[in-house]
Design a protein around this ligand. Structure first.
Ligand code: FAD
Ligand code: SIN
Length: 541
């Protein structure tokens, strides 16, 4: 076995170039060498797709208490109050950090920090800072420009982390820690062994495990799967958030229609033979279109099934063309290109998988169960989102906990590089493999959509688990025998996540937040997060 190593302090490797990864990298770079890996282009990821905005407790009518209450209310009894308070208390500073980094938020000379604040479902007041309806791109462009310019940050585009290198890979070492990562250079198809002083997982969520999703192609749960394989606990994976309003259009499967449109007064209506009919949300919840997402998504699902329709309508016509063009220019332009003038016609919408509320268990400094391994952003479970995330809390979590994680890594990650075993490059190519992998991708995503969606039953979850296990067997076999590709690695990670989601869902004998089971329709008076631990004997290299 080849070994590579050096006595110098190893760099920190951040896996992921979204808001979580870039926040950590920029905070660390003053004192550490940082390598940032992105498995596709640096621009691809959920961050650049974010629309509505980021929470900032900034307004005179707002308070930390009010934000904590809204987060808890949306989270349906499973929010960790300490985490929610920590995040709310640091929200103003997080937004100010982004302003300082050059993010061009929409201004309002009379607003706090000179910012215009919008509103979304579940929020008692206007507290969402935004850059029109393309907040994520504005944030990502600004931070990426800073990272590109920093001499201590090495950005590696199209480099995919394959697996973590832990003490189990090193003969004779007893104390468990993370020493590095195997990373596939997608272009040269070579796997490099990166020895590190710390690894930060910032790989985003797992929306792609569902057939219909608002998420980009990067969202295959790689960080969650890698951490699980390395022996870390994973929590609350049953709580997959379905966003109520994704565009329903044959040419555009993943385009989100931001909740801020409902925040500004758009209505959901039933389709009738003559076009948009009655509003239906007031019959489901007193907050109507501004109820938390789980309630709105379930109501749409219910109405679609009841009326046998493929979508419902989101009606923003009464907001007027000038307002829509000013506040929602991206949505206006994208819909217009598809033949829908949102100032004159309602928008066809459906729910789709949007956000992973659970993930790798961390503390408020990003520490996982494995020393040397940290995690931040959508890939984590911090207790903030409970059973359902409040709108615009995700970008906030990336910044607040990203900064906290960087501070911790600076203290911990002083170890020199360890000599690590090189990747075994002896696997062979198989021309048939690609076709089978693509079939397995389709099958897995369809099983998850049909059996593990918005409304669940025990029988369907058990059927899903049976199929997932069969698929996992096949995929593990490819992985062991054939040369790895990005598609195969992503599929290997997706199937792990699918199993974690279903096993968590089967454990929850109640309905709460985003998990609704026909067999257990009631909410238990006392409930806890679902924490999964991998049996020690199943941990192998
Ligand atoms: P991401 O931004 O998804 O970044 C993940 C990174 O990890 C990417 O660079 C990817 O290439 C990399 N990566 C993944 N696996 C690997 C691997 N194996 N090796 C190397 N690199 C890897 N939240 C809000 O708070 N407000 C909003 O308005 C909002 N709007 C949204 C709109 C849409 C359409 C979507 C999809 C999400 C929205 N969200 C919003 C959620 C929010 O955008 C995400 O939760 C957040 O951006 C996640 O950031 P992240 O850094 O954790 O992950
Ligand atoms: C949206 O703009 O509707 C998405 C906001 C979020 O996911 O927090």
């Amino acid at each position: 076995m080849n070994r590579q190593g050096t006595d110098a302090v190893a760099p920190v490797v951040v896996i992921g170039a979204g808001l979580a990864g870039l926040t950590v990298a920029l905070q660390l770079a003053a004192d550490r060498r940082v390598i940032v890996l992105a498995k596709r282009s640096l621009e691809e990821g959920a961050t650049a797709w974010a629309q509505g905005g980021i929470v900032g407790v900034l307004g005179e009518d707002d308070s930390v208490e009010s934000h904590v209450r809204d987060t808890q209310e949306a989270g349906a009894g499973l929010v960790d109050e300490h985490t929610a308070r920590f995040v709310a208390e640091h929200s103003a500073e997080a937004v100010a950090w982004l302003v300082d980094a050059g993010v061009p938020f929409t201004n309002d000379p009379d607003g706090p920090l000179g910012l215009h604040l919008t509103r979304e479902g579940g929020h008692a007041v206007r507290r969402i800072a935004h850059a029109a309806d393309a907040t994520g791109k504005a944030i990502h462009d600004a931070l990426l420009a800073r990272a590109r310019a920093h001499p201590n940050i090495e950005l590696r585009e199209r480099w995919m982390a394959v697996d973590l290198i832990t003490s189990r890979h090193l003969k004779g070492e007893r104390e468990q820690r993370c020493h590095g990562v195997y990373a596939l250079d997608i272009v040269s198809r070579r796997v490099e062994t990166l020895a590190t002083s710390g690894v930060v997982l910032a790989t985003g969520g797992v929306g792609k495990v569902y057939r219909y999703t608002s998420n980009p192609d990067t969202a295959t749960g790689d960080g969650i799967a890698m951490a699980w394989r390395a022996g870390c606990r994973v929590a609350n994976m049953e709580f997959i958030q379905f966003h109520p309003t994704c565009l329903y259009h044959p040419q555009e499967r993943s385009f989100l229609i931001t909740e801020a449109l409902r925040g500004e007064g758009a209505h959901l209506r039933l389709p009738t033979a003559d076009g948009p009919g009655e509003r239906f949300m007031p019959a489901h919840d007193e907050r109507a279109e501004l109820a938390p997402r789980d309630i709105v998504a379930r109501a749409i699902d219910f109405e679609m099934k009841k009326h046998g329709v493929d979508h419902v309508w989101l009606d923003a016509r009464h907001l007027g063309e000038p307002f829509l063009k000013e506040h929602f220019p991206t949505i206006h332009a994208r819909c217009l290109a598809l033949g829908i003038d949102i100032a004159r016609a309602p928008i066809p919408v459906v729910p789709a998988a949007h956000y992973t509320c659970g993930g790798v268990v961390t503390d408020l400094e990003g520490r996982t169960d494995l020393p040397g391994l940290y995690a931040v952003g959508e890939t984590t479970y911090t207790g903030l989102h409970g059973a359902n995330r409040l709108a615009s809390n995700s970008l906030l979590e990336c910044v607040v906990l990203g900064r906290g994680c960087a501070a911790r890594v600076l203290v911990d990650a002083n170890v020199p590089a360890t000599a690590l075993p090189a990747w075994d490059e002896s696997q062979v190519e198989d021309a048939d493999e690609q076709v089978v992998i693509s079939h397995n991708w389709d099958e897995l995503r369809l099983v998850m959509w049909n059996y593990v969606g918005i409304v669940r039953t025990t029988k369907r979850l058990e059927r899903a688990l049976h199929r997932i296990k069969l698929l996992r067997g096949e995929i593990d076999d490819y992985y062991a025998n054939f040369r790895i590709t990005r598609d195969l690695l992503e599929l290997r990670n997706l199937v792990v996540n699918a199993e974690l989601i279903v096993r968590s869902a089967l454990r929850r004998h109640e309905s709460r937040g985003l998990h609704f089971s026909r067999d257990f329709p009631h909410t238990l008076p006392v409930s806890f997060p679902t924490v999964l631990t991998r049996p020690a004997k199943s941990l192998t290299r």
